[in-house]
Design a protein around this ligand. Structure first.
Ligand code: ADP
Ligand code: ADP
Length: 209
């Protein structure tokens, strides 16, 4: 199953992908996670993109496309994948179509109010990337990761100024992909507003059709 998760930042793509990857037995490939692990590892790529991510801008297409190309060479990606956060521009979508045929593009639909609430309450464990929400999915002990006991952090780009920038970047650069994939007959809309279990159940139902 070759899937793309499309939708605004904070719509719950990563949360649902981490369930769906086990269900389908395919890797969850998040370009945001890949960039963050380069930043954490202080690689050359990490140094190049650090400021871009903090501001909520997009990494140039050429860099992003090359990173995804390399990721697709790994053995776990040969029998399917969930791409989360890629493509984000028409140029990336065109490049992807040269690399892989897709089964579906799942469009997570959520209104702006909810997007802002989800992003501003998101907290993550820096070492594992596990995601929480201060109200919707709190850890057992406030501010502490359930598994590692480490303190949770707020992503730099989940702070108010970066959130607003990311939303306008999404509207300008990524939203046009909805029409792009609808025209190709690949788009399925999913209501991302209910609780994660419900969104997940709707995903399974939609994708297995
Ligand atoms: P994305 O990958 O689309 O940016 P995330 O999966 O990181 O989004 O979710 C954004 C925030 O919203 C996180 O704090 C997450 O815990 C929370 N969240 C995700 N899905 C839901 C949901 N269905 N209902 C309420 N909160 C959610
Ligand atoms: P979100 O919570 O918005 O889904 P991600 O973790 O997907 O965040 O992405 C974090 C950041 O990584 C983006 O704001 C952008 O700077 C960079 N990024 C991720 N994917 C891409 C992409 N496909 N093209 C360009 N930049 C990207």
């Amino acid at each position: 199953m070759n899937l793309v998760f499309l939708g605004p930042p904070g719509a719950g793509k990563g949360t649902i992908a981490s369930e769906a990857k086990n269900y389908f037995g395919i890797p969850h490939i998040s370009t945001g996670d890949l960039f963050r692990s380069h930043i954490k590892g202080h690689t050359d790529l990490g140094k190049q993109v650090k400021v871009i991510l903090a501001a909520g801008d997009l990494v140039p297409d050429s860099i992003t496309i090359e990173m995804v190309k390399q990721r697709f060479l790994e053995s776990d990606a040969q029998n399917g994948f969930i791409l989360d956060g890629f493509p984000r521009t028409i140029a990336q979508a065109d490049a992807l179509s040269e690399m892989k045929a897709l089964d579906a593009v799942v469009n997570f639909v959520l209104d702006r109010d909810q997007i802002v609430k989800r992003l501003s309450g998101r907290r993550v464990c820096k070492s594992t990337g596990k995601t929480y929400h201060i109200h919707y999915n709190p850890p057992k002990v406030e501010g502490i990761d359930d598994e590692t006991g480490e303190p949770l952090i707020q992503r730099e780009d989940d702070k108010p100024e970066a959130i607003l920038n990311r939303l306008s970047v999404y509207e300008e650069q990524t939203e046009p992909l909805i029409a792009y994939y609808r025209e190709k007959g690949l788009l399925v809309d999913i209501d991302a507003s209910p609780a994660p279990e419900k969104v997940f159940a709707a995903l399974i139902k939609t994708v297995q059709k």
